[in-house]
Design a protein around this ligand. Structure first.
Ligand SMILES: Nc1ncnc2c1ncn2[C@@H]1O[C@H](COP(=O)(O)OP(=O)(O)O)[C@@H](O)[C@H]1O
Ligand SMILES: [Mg+2]
Length: 180
């Protein structure tokens, strides 16, 4: 048990609590927010001094998951190639929202990207390399394969008509740098 006095002395932080940090955000399902999301996650882990490779891996995985939420979940293809509309992508307003949640427990990063869009009938098939339902938008069908390759764990839950949650985990190799 931590006493009131101990809590005050430690600035409200309990001594035996494992090192943990969480953040969450929500943004519109528009293409310009893809770069916003990946930079936000990179900034969230920056204090751990991750390697350039780790940061690149995380940013790629976040980009792929967020792009999927926008163009597949909400069918908002503005800013992604052949949309037949000359309006710049930043002028597009879309009612769909994407939720991004991250947590760090010591050096283990967990990322969740959630949309409430169309969802998927068959997640297993969607995750097969080269499978895409939007070849006309220069999709390569490699998004899930990249997420799998660049992160340690990937979990996808989806319900047709309800939406999709992508959960990814990556252990950063910077544990010794965390001050005890
Ligand atoms: N958030 C999502 N909502 C609905 N469908 C999705 C979502 N993410 C992926 N999909 C489906 O899974 C397929 C494969 O995704 P991915 O591997 O990223 O390839 P790509 O995005 O190039 O099509 C997509 O073509 C789409 O049919
Ligand atoms: Mg994709």
């Amino acid at each position: 048990m931590t006493t009131e006095k101990q809590l005050q002395q430690s600035g409200g932080v309990t001594e035996r609590m494992p090192w943990k940090n969480e953040m969450s955000m929500e943004f519109d399902a528009v293409s310009v927010n893809e770069s916003f999301a990946r930079v936000a996650v990179a900034a969230f882990v920056a204090h751990l001094n991750p390697t350039l490779e780790e940061v690149a891996d995380i940013k790629t995985a976040v980009s792929e998951a967020v792009t999927n939420a926008i163009i597949h979940g909400y069918d908002n293809v503005y800013g992604y190639g052949k949309h037949g509309n000359s309006q710049p992508a930043y002028l597009i307003i879309h009612p769909g929202k994407v939720q991004l949640r991250c947590s760090l427990e010591r050096d283990v990063l967990r990322i969740e990207v959630e949309d409430h869009g169309r969802g998927m009938e068959n997640v297993e098939r969607a995750m097969e390399p080269l499978y895409t339902t939007k070849p006309e938008y220069d999709r390569s069908g490699m998004g899930f394969a990249f997420m799998e390759a660049f992160m340690d764990e990937l979990e996808v839950h989806s319900m047709p008509g309800q939406g999709t949650v992508v959960r990814m985990t990556k252990k950063l190799g910077t544990y010794p740098l965390i001050e005890e």
